[in-house]
Design a protein around this ligand. Structure first.
Ligand code: AKG
Ligand code: FE2
Length: 188
C-alpha cells in the first residue's frame, strides 16, 4: 500500500529536521560475504523495551527508547496500515551515494515471511525498488518522497526483495523509518 504525502509538506520538513538533529545516528560495521565493511548509510534502532534486539549481517542492535517525533510518525503509520508496531529501524541516507542493497525482511523474529512493515520517508526523494524473486525482470519502483508512507504486507517478504539504489544526482539526505512488529524476540 502506497500513501503519498501522508504527512503535509510543512509537517514533513519539521519532522526531517527533528529526526536529523535528535536521533543518535550510528555508523556501523556489518559482515558482507565474510568481510567487515561500513554500512553505506547511518542507522538507529528504537523499540518498546530493551529485550527487542535485532541482529542482522552479524551486527546486533540494542534498541533505545522511543523519541517523540518517531512516536508521532508511528501513530500515523499504524493508523494507515491498520497494524501495530513494537520496533523501528531508522535509516539516514546522507547523500545519493548512501544506499541499501536488495534484501527481504523475512527474519524469524518478525514471524518469518508473513508480516507487515510500514515505512515513512522524509527529506530527498529516493527510488524504492521491489523485485520479484521468481523473475528479476519483474520490478516495481516507488519514488518515495518527503512525507510518503509505504506498507509491505502479507507474504511479500517471501516473494520479493527490495532496495534503495545509489542515485549520484541526489545531493540531499533522506531519512526512512521502518516500523516492525517483533513476534518472536531473539534469545541470547
Ligand atoms: O529506506 C527504505 O525505504 C528502505 C529501508 C529498508 O528496507 C529496511 O530498513 O529494511
Ligand atoms: Fe527492508
Amino acid at each position: 500500500m502506497y500513501a503519498p504525502a501522508a504527512f503535509s509538506p510543512e509537517e514533513s520538513a519539521g519532522l526531517f529536521q527533528r529526526l536529523q538533529d535528535d536521533v543518535e545516528w550510528q555508523a556501523r560495521e556489518v559482515t558482507v560475504m565474510g568481510r567487515r565493511v561500513m554500512q553505506p548509510r547511518l542507522v538507529a534502532y528504537m523499540a518498546d523495551h530493551r529485550g527487542l534486539k535485532y541482529t542482522y549481517s552479524g551486527s546486533c542492535m540494542v534498541p533505545s527508547v522511543w523519541n517523540d517525533a518517531v512516536l508521532k510518525i508511528k501513530d500515523r503509520v499504524e493508523e494507515l496500515s491498520g497494524s501495530t508496531f513494537n520496533s523501528c529501524l531508522l535509516n539516514f541516507y546522507r547523500t545519493g551515494m548512501d544506499h541499501m542493497s536488495f534484501h527481504s525482511d523475512n527474519e524469524p523474529l518478525y514471524g518469518g515471511g508473513v508480516c507487515t512493515i510500514g515505512s515513512a520517508s522524509f527529506g530527498s526523494a529516493r527510488d524504492f525498488i521491489l523485485r520479484r524473486n521468481a523473475d528479476h525482470n519483474d520490478k516495481l519502483s516507488y519514488p518515495l518522497g518527503c512525507g510518503d508512507v509505504l506498507v509491505m504486507k502479507g507474504t511479500l517478504q517471501q516473494h520479493w526483495m527490495h532496495s534503495v539504489p545509489r542515485r549520484k544526482q541526489v545531493s540531499g539526505g533522506r531519512i526512512s523509518l521502518t516500523f516492525r512488529q517483533i513476534l518472536n524476540p531473539e534469545v541470547s
